[in-house]
Design a protein around this ligand. Structure first.
Ligand SMILES: Cc1cc2nc3c(=O)[nH]c(=O)nc-3n(C[C@H](O)[C@H](O)[C@H](O)COP(=O)(O)OP(=O)(O)OC[C@H]3O[C@@H](n4cnc5c(N)ncnc54)[C@H](O)[C@@H]3O)c2cc1C
Length: 401
């Protein structure tokens, strides 16, 4: 059955930069755009900031360093890591990075620059930081459509408790993680072909205190074939993350896995109780923008002229990747830029680029670029780079020494 709608949608708000999605990418983008002096609105369909990293309980802020003693990600990526543990960390606290500014005093190759933080604390701290920078946060706002004038978006259509309305924009950052806005606006996108495994991360309290349980293997089918990997999967099924019914089933399977695990653990510790379960689906890779540059694992230590910052490989020590500005947008929709786990990369590189520090790096650049222009094709990248450098970002591997 088809229902035809003829809706008149009222434009209720206007802004320079609209950031859709309040995960690490969206937080970074909103901060960056607001600090550039623009009127910024951040939409988040749930009622907390942090996305997968908080509501999804993925609380491990993976490294800012290359594992060989060199920090590679700076700027807002470092600021948010420090914020995440500013009122205490849960684990992985790297004193060699956080308690000394003098590299000669500590061996920074010993432990990577990463931390396990508390989701609830971070969500509130990030909210307060954005409020301080005058970002208007709109919780419970789901971006469901775009209105275009030529090849630019002039309004994003949202739904919330009040109903359907629109927000007028100069430029838009797609930080939905799933490239929702680019998809809706008919920019070219691609999906994760291998599909995601089921994850069921949760926290418990019991005899051992407060504890994170990371259920479900963190890999892709290519790695599944490696010896020792078999048997770590919770269910024999892969998930696209792009189908409403499938996501609902995924959530219920995660809950069942948590219950099984809890029962198993209770044989040892009858006092154990789950204290936090994820309130959004724990899905890694779904949809990405088809940009002007596709990042690959072979980009390790390659000089990228339009680099907007660097990231490491959380899976191994050594690699350093400069992130091209061209990987963040498609020329098809001129005032839309992507950040976070939906930027342009190959499937294997996607697994590197989807993690928290990379989302913060791309978020900072996307937010700043959106503050500088409403046409990313014509932006002078050297101006963007100079401004990023002024804000603490290091662009090229050769500048690390
Ligand atoms: C099981 C699992 C384990 C992981 N382990 C780690 C790890 O140990 N360390 C690490 O660094 N990374 C890890 N990751 C990856 C990492 O957590 C995420 O990729 C990263 O946090 C993504 O950030 P993001 O801002 O791009 O997207 P998200 O965190 O997905 O944020 C997107 C936000 O946008 C909102 N949103 C989506 N659509 C709309 C819409 N249409 N309108 C309004 N709002 C919308 C969502 O509610 C969400 O808050 C893991 C991921 C998973 C699933």
């Amino acid at each position: 059955m088809h229902i035809l709608e003829n809706l008149q949608t009222e434009v209720t708000k206007q802004c320079d930069v609209l950031v859709c999605g309040g995960g690490f990418a969206g937080i970074s983008a909103a901060l960056s755009a607001a600090r550039a002096g623009k009127k910024v609105i951040l939409l988040e369909k749930t009622y907390m900031l942090g996305g997968l990293a908080t509501a999804g309980l993925v609380t491990i802020y993976l490294p800012l360093c290359d594992g060989e003693g060199r920090q590679v990600s700076f700027g807002i990526a470092e600021e948010l890591l420090r914020l995440s543990c500013s009122m205490g960390s849960e684990a992985r606290y790297p004193a060699n990075w956080l308690d000394s500014d003098d590299p000669s005093k500590r061996t920074r190759a010993d432990r990577r620059f990463e931390v396990q933080f508390n989701a609830q604390l971070f969500a509130i701290l990030a909210e307060q930081l954005l409020q301080k920078e005058n970002v208007e946060i709109l919780y419970g706002f789901y971006a469901v459509g775009t209105h275009k004038a030529g090849d630019k978006i002039d309004a994003v259509i949202v739904e919330n408790k009040t109903g359907r309305q629109a927000i007028g924009v100069k430029s838009v950052v797609d930080a939905t993680g799933d490239c929702d806005i680019a998809h809706i606006a008919e920019a070219p996108t691609d999906t994760f072909k291998q599909g995601n495994v089921l994850a069921a991360w949760y926290y418990s309290v019991g005899a051992e205190g407060y504890k994170l349980h990371c259920l479900g293997a963190c890999d892709t089918p290519d790695e599944e074939k490696k010896p020792g990997r078999v048997g770590q999967y919770l269910v024999n099924r892969r998930f696209t993350g792009l189908d409403g019914v499938e996501l609902s089933e995924q959530m219920q399977l995660s809950h069942a896995s948590i219950m099984n695990d809890l029962k198993k653990n209770r044989a040892e510790d009858p006092t154990m109780m789950p204290c936090t379960i994820a309130t959004i689906p724990q899905i890694r890779m779904t949809r990405k923008i088809v940009g002007l540059y596709e990042m690959t694992l072979e980009d390790d230590k390659k000089y990228i002229e339009d680099s907007i910052g660097m990231v490491c490989n959380w899976k191994k020590r050594g690699p350093v990747y400069e992130v091209p500005f061209r990987a963040l947008y498609s020329p098809k929709v001129k005032n839309l830029i992507c950040a976070g786990r939906c930027i342009c990369s190959t499937e294997s590189m996607w697994d590197v680029m989807r993690v928290i520090p990379c989302c913060a790096v791309t978020g900072q650049a996307a937010g700043l670029a959106a503050a500088m222009t409403d046409d990313f094709n014509t932006l002078d990248v050297t101006c963007l780079q100079a401004e990023l450098q002024r804000n603490g970002v290091v662009l090229h591997e050769r500048e690390l020494g």
